[in-house]
Design a protein around this ligand. Sequence first.
Ligand code: FAD
Length: 246
Amino acid sequence: MSEAMMGTVCAIAAVIGIALLGSRSSGPVSNGFPWQFRLAAQLRTPVLMFVVIPISYAQAWYRTVRMWTRAHEWNGHGAMLAHTKNVEKVVEQIQAWIVADRPGKLRTARPAWASMSTKIGCKTDCYKIEMRHLNRILHVDEDNLTVSAEPFVTMGDLTHALMPRGMALQTHVEMENVTIGGAALGFGIETNSHRVGLFQESVLEYEIVDCTGKVHVVTEKSDAELFSLFRGLWVLLGSWFLSRCV
Ligand SMILES: Cc1cc2nc3c(=O)[nH]c(=O)nc-3n(C[C@H](O)[C@H](O)[C@H](O)COP(=O)(O)OP(=O)(O)OC[C@H]3O[C@@H](n4cnc5c(N)ncnc54)[C@H](O)[C@@H]3O)c2cc1C
């Protein structure tokens, strides 16, 4: 075996050894727990080091590269065309729900592990609407300082898109996996600006699909009452105020 290979093997063995020692330092888990739970608890350090962190890292890179490759679409017809098709997919699912005689409450199909909500709830008996494909930034208007984006765009996506242009949202939630749809509807709870308030208070426009499958675009001007009721309905597209960073 060459010296380089020996070195690599030793380095890997050292990392695995440290990970296993780290697991042991978490102490014994009560025998009252099922064996699967105890095994998972003992192995959590190596699982985090060798599985969770690499997957999270790869996922973050995937999202960043996807955002870069889509940047040329912003402000063009391409993104809006893709958005129209994306919305149609949601409308079709709502129509299928109606045809099936409305079996269960409507919920997003986003799995609980991906959600950053304080109240997750059980979606087992619900009718899940797949919406994760709604993840495009559609338009960045540098003159009027607004951004239009689909609801599964995350705060991290917006950071990568806006910061290089010297801009940020007026209220920019610092947790990068929080989606703009989730923060607007599930309620951004902490990040706020003393001038503009919580994240959801900087939304200018919502596009919604209602429970009959109709699509509406609502602003404070077009329907003030409905606009103020949005936290709890289906949102597809929102326009947000931007702040230019100085
Ligand atoms: C540990 C922790 C720290 C937090 N820190 C902050 C913070 O620093 N600042 C802050 O502002 N907030 C913070 N929050 C709150 C967080 O912003 C909200 O819980 C937010 O709702 C999470 O967004 P999400 O993308 O995970 O949404 P989800 O969990 O996916 O969704 C939240 C709710 O909105 C609904 N929803 C989501 N998208 C849509 C859609 N497109 N159409 C219809 N319904 C939809 C979901 O069904 C669900 O009911 C924190 C939460 C946690 C758990």
